[in-house]
Design a protein around this ligand. Structure first.
Ligand code: HEM
Length: 502
């Protein structure tokens, strides 16, 4: 870590510093008031297309690139700017899963990238069906109750995501879901601890703190085992060119097919099960946090918008016109709901930086503003501050649920051209929660569908409001170093709607 710090050239400007040294008070600011520190970096450098150096995780210095260079970052080959190596520094995936191979050769991601669009057509029905079980199971309010939103949504998301990943009946197994959620929580905790552990102590600390994750992985493996044995046997018997009778359509099956064809030497129960754990880590945590923030923002949005009712109405109208079927085409027509979700992720993401990359080419890389960033340095873009830039978003700190749908409708009417570039799943230099370019999150198409479906299933049964003690003001989302905290413990009042309201 210190090696990278020493290697950054003196010519790169540092935040709050006139020379190549970053003071300890600036390093302290990263830990105690990172939002302000990042604001200074954004205002002084990134906003004007300039690269700068800012203290980062684990006392390491990070290179912040301007969002004006998003396109350039996206166009760099992985052999120059590597997303895998960038994330590896943060999520410590090799420690948490016990193998660097899952990170160096992440075919579990390749499967999702390759097949997500096709799979969604097949699985939309299954996810919608799963919500009919998951919502009453985890959100069973008789008349009125104050509900811990994140805790409830985590379970609902885990269940419906598992319907996508491992299918029925395992997606309804409470202990499997519990172990998978626990693995995700522990992995995030371990990453935070390992980032601040000096390299010399990493082998010992890494071994000790990952004992609980190892146990969770072992438990999950016991659940995956019968599926693995049966499916691999049938795929081997039937060959990979044909589908066998009643072949499952879930992500595990896609992973097995892909691995048996492309990397047969790597197909074993532990590797497949661990890769399922990694997939769950990507899908459970961020989606649970995102839908929780969306519900809190809907409840807290100004009464002038009548947000919950607008969502209910829109989804009901679209579904009626689509014969009651909730598929990709229907989801694409729900532009107001889409706008609420996009606005919520703009104001309340989890990560505040995007497009995290590590320079892996030995000769380094030259930025569009002329700096050479050496091998080993990590780079990213200050995405939260892009989303709060008043030149890009009018009144940026306000949660304006229909900000994007208004623009979409106006743009389409004015220019006669479809404005779907403003959709939740669209990415670009001014909207980066999912990154941008060839490594932009492929799971966002599933997230889009899942969150719209969750909002439909929840809002058609419940009215939601902030608790009286919040006096109509949304509970704060504090920053802890550079992360915006998930809304842990935030409750909303859920009131069952009377039948005649439906
Ligand atoms: C709201 C939920 C989610 C958010 C905010 C999110 C965000 C992100 C971000 C920021 C990246 C990195 C993009 C880049 O560096 O350019 C990413 C990558 C990725 N995400 Fe997501 N994600 C979410 C849900 C999911 C889900 C549900 C899945 C799986 C079904 C998933 C699978 C992946 C994969 C496989 C990658 C790596 C892509 C690659 O390197 O090519 N994500 N995600």
């Amino acid at each position: 870590q210190w090696r990278t710090f020493r290697k950054l050239p003196a010519s790169l400007p540092r935040v709050r510093s006139k020379d190549a040294n970053i003071s300890w008070s600036t390093r302290w600011a990263y830990l105690t008031d990172c939002q302000k520190l990042f604001s200074e970096a954004y205002e002084s450098f990134a906003r004007n297309g300039k690269t700068c150096v800012v203290p980062g995780m684990g006392f390491k210095d990070e290179v912040h690139l301007s969002a004006k260079h998003t396109q350039w970052i996206a166009s760099q080959p992985d052999a120059v700017l590597s997303p895998e190596e960038g994330f590896r520094e943060i999520d410590k995936g090799d420690w948490n899963t016990g193998s660097a191979d899952y990170i160096h050769d992440p075919w579990q991601s390749a499967v999702i990238r390759k097949d997500m669009a096709r799979v969604l057509e097949i699985l939309a029905d299954a996810v919608d069906d799963e919500l009919k079980y998951a919502v009453p199971e985890h959100l069973n309010v008789a008349t009125q109750e104050d509900v811990d939103v994140l805790e409830t949504m985590r379970w609902i998301v885990a269940q419906i995501s598992s319907r996508f990943t491992v299918g029925l009946p395992l997606c309804r197994n409470k202990d499997y879901l519990y172990q998978s959620l626990a693995f995700a929580d522990l992995a995030i905790l371990n990453s935070g601890l390992l980032i601040y552990t000096p390299s010399l102590l990493k082998p010992m600390v890494g071994f000790l703190i990952t004992l609980p994750t190892r146990y969770r992985r072992w438990k999950i493996k016991q659940y995956v085992k019968p599926l693995y044995i049966e499916r691999v046997q049938r795929l081997r018997q039937n060959g990979l060119n044909t589908k066998y009778d009643n072949e499952p359509t879930d992500n595990l099956q896609l992973m097995l097919r892909y691995a048996l064809e492309k990397v047969p030497q790597k197909v074993n129960l532990t590797a497949v099960s661990d890769r399922v754990c990694l997939s769950n880590l990507a899908s459970f945590h961020q989606t649970g946090v995102t839908v929780s923030h969306a519900l809190i923002n809907i409840a807290a949005s100004n009464p002038e918008f009548n947000t919950a009712e607008a969502i209910r109405q829109e989804i009901a109208d679209v579904l009626r016109a689509n014969g009651g079927v909730f598929n990709k085409a229907a989801a694409a027509k729900m532009i107001h709901t889409d706008s609420v979700m996009k606005e919520s992720l703009r104001t309340h993401p989890f990560g505040t930086r995007a497009m995290i990359r590590k320079v892996v080419s030995p000769e380094g890389v030259k930025t569009p503003d002329g700096h050479v960033i050496p091998e080993g340095a990590t780079t990213s873009v200050l995405s939260w501050h892009v989303h709060q830039d008043p030149d890009l978003y009018e009144n940026p700190s306000k949660f304006d649920p229909f900000r994007f749908s208004r623009q979409r409708i106006a743009g389409t009417e004015k220019r006669g051209v479809d404005q779907s570039g403003l959709a939740f799943v669209s990415t670009g230099p001014t909207y980066l929660p999912f990154g941008h370019g060839k490594h932009a999150c492929p799971g966002r198409f599933l997230v889009d569908m899942e969150i719209k479906m969750i909002l439909h299933h929840v809002l058609q049964v419940y009215d939601i409001e902030l608790l009286p003690e919040h006096n109509g003001v949304r509970p704060d989302t504090p920053w802890v170093t550079e992360a915006m905290m998930p809304p842990t413990g935030v409750k909303l009042r859920f009131t069952r709607r009377s039948v005649d309201k439906n």
